[in-house]
Design a protein around this ligand. Structure first.
Ligand code: ZN
Ligand code: ZN
Length: 261
């Protein structure tokens, strides 16, 4: 299994995942050409993709979906709520490429098992994903206001987890965003702070998670070093030694690396 965060942040998200004979994009939230260029730099031609999985309809997750699906005849997988929410932005998608799944009901792409789970966020039916193949599991959960127990269960057995570490609460509070937007981000349907990401990883450590990529960082209210240090200090508070938990921060605007599990 290979996971390659191509872009991860509040201005665009796209993750490449390969396993069990499938090669998928999780979200395509940048212009089609930008994603094509990123794919080509890791030696992947878009024609070889199995499809695009969508987490929710926000534009930082959907911007390139229509173009890529039309240009390369790619299937797009989303639940009913997300299809409804994104149709206007995505534009026409060939009927044969409109794949709809029920949230929580697992399905396969080739030999890759895909499980979706609901996430608390201000979208119609937003989800995270867990992928299993070849005895390995990777999960992706971003755009989450808070982390209920069910979410811990959903990703708790992951060998690798890409989790949101969106903002520093102080930076957000004193920053330039208008008050209603600040309230939205800090709310239960908003985004996960560095601190809450750290606390979540402490709980997930007890469930066996040992390796995480911090993603979906805010451009205005966070920076890589701060996210990493805040999460690390939460782990230390729970006596989890640095060498027992591998942390990486996903870059917002370029490829982070190739994670092989
Ligand atoms: Zn987002
Ligand atoms: Zn969102």
């Amino acid at each position: 299994m290979r996971l390659i965060p191509l872009f991860s942040g509040s201005s665009g998200n796209c993750i490449l995942l390969e396993a069990g004979g499938a090669r998928l994009l999780v979200d395509a939230g940048l212009p089609g050409r930008t994603i094509e260029a990123a794919l080509s730099s890791v030696g992947v031609s878009p024609q070889t993709l199995t499809g695009i999985l969508v987490t929710h309809e926000h534009i930082d997750h959907t911007r390139g979906i229509g173009v890529l699906s039309r240009r390369f005849d790619l299937p797009v997988y989303a639940n009913a709520g997300t299809w409804e929410g994104m149709q206007a932005d995505v534009g026409p998608v060939a009927l044969r490429n409109m794949r709809m799944f029920e949230t929580g009901r697992e399905f396969y792409a080739d030999k890759l098992l895909i499980q979706s789970f609901p996430t608390p966020h201000d979208a119609r039916e937003s989800v995270g994903y867990s992928f299993a193949a070849e005895d390995r599991r990777a999960s992706v959960m971003t755009d989450i206001g808070y982390v209920p127990e069910a979410l811990l269960d959903a990703v708790g057995k992951s060998d690798l987890l890409l989790i949101e570490s969106n903002h520093d609460e102080e930076m957000l509070k004193v920053g330039p965003y208008p008050y209603p937007l600040k309230r939205r981000i800090l709310g239960d349907q908003g985004h996960l702070s560095n601190e809450n990401c750290g606390k979540t990883l402490c709980k997930l450590y007890k469930r066996g998670v040992r390796c995480a990529i911090l993603g979906h960082l805010s451009k205005e209210n966070n920076y890589e070093q701060l996210a990493l240090e805040t999460v690390r200090s939460e782990l230390r508070c729970e006596d989890i030694p640095d060498d027992a938990f591998q942390l990486t921060v996903a870059h917002r605007d370029r490829i982070t690396g190739v994670f092989v599990l």
